[in-house]
Design a protein around this ligand. Sequence first.
Ligand code: ZN
Ligand code: ZN
Length: 459
Amino acid sequence: MFIYPCDGLLEDQNQPCPSSSIPITGNCSSCGKHLCQLHSTVEHHPCVLLDEHRKRNAEIALHHKEISTLLDQIDSSQLESNITALKPGIPCRAMIPLPSQVLRGGMNVHISIQFEDGVRWFARIRQQSHSSPPIEVQEMIMRSEMITMQFLKQGGVRVPEVFPGNQMSHGRQPSDVGERRQQTEPKLIYFFIQDIQGEPCDSPIQEGSLNLYQVNKIIEDYAKQMILISQLHLNSIGSLHLDQFGKIQIGPLIDIDICPFKSSRDRFISQIDLILEDIEKGLRFVDDPQTAYLVHLQVKQWIMEDLTLGVEEEEFYIKHADDKGDHIMVDDEGNITGIIDWEWAYSTTKSEAFSAPLGLVNISDYFNGSNSLSPQEERLAETYEKLGRPDLSAWVRASKKYQRLLHTIGQSPDIVMLLALGECFGQGLEEKVEKNKQVSLVEWVIEAKKRLPLSELGE
Ligand SMILES: [Zn+2]
Ligand SMILES: [Zn+2]
């Protein structure tokens, strides 16, 4: 969780507010300010009074301003000369889009680079918005994505070729509010990526725009790519970085900045402890901290008691962090032309890395609490068996625990999701509640308070 200092001003003194802003809900998408509890109130923050229509207009105007600022920084002749150093002898032209052509909600802006020999690259540039993490962290995200893609490419995995962009120094995450306040200067952070043929799959990947033959072809091709990934071993759970000699090493996971781990248990517990700490400090789930606290304590307890998550492993594998389907590019036949968007990818245990991608999940069943595999997940498990990898097939069949952990830790409490996760850990509800199938979150909290220590949150 990246926490910005509050952009509010102290009354009378006109001095910057010394508090931290509230994560997520304190980021105003209308004016772009980060605000603390005090400065989010109506007396200090007029955006609170905007009706839906005005709010939407303000958001569009803010996005336009942020994108215009970013595009204004791009010097296309500088960009072209950087490219010429990487691919000498072939002239190229950078096509800068208009702000209105850049979609809202994306993390990156793509500038098309057309070479005279017909080849096309993109400059993948981090969007700088009011909700972006600090510059150092964004550099870390981009650098790690590029290194991950180079690592996969060397292993024969079908990913686009990437080339270094601007000087992405070996930055670190700033550790205190004061330090973060100083780096508000916008900065271009980018690397180059080769264009690949094909179209992104739908999310999720199922029959519809694709026929059954194409879906099965994609699943088979995906399995083959994952088998290639299973041959690329790493030595711990974390994000990929380069050491001072340019050799790949596993560093801390970008979002929690804690040393690499050897077991899933250590990693998930560290993540949860940071969240519990944030809740205690009033930084997260400010509307209902107690429920979020209890839910995270409950998940922590399940993880602590789970023997398989506690195993210290020796080999670890790359996991895509956003595998909802549209990260897979395919041609008309259903052949995978490339797997893209490796931002936030990390190295993790075999069981997590080879759990089924979200792109194969039956979304409505899953969010209604079903822990059964979808027909597409079944197909992936069968395909691994057919390809002589029953080990990977077994991890697909055990997918739900990992899919659900990632959808519960750090997320707003949801009773259906929580109970379904409990089922993955072989945990039923407390007997009293179990008889009532329609248990609500409020009822669950009443039961949970009797069992779980609420610590500093008290009542
Ligand atoms: Zn505002
Ligand atoms: Zn404030």
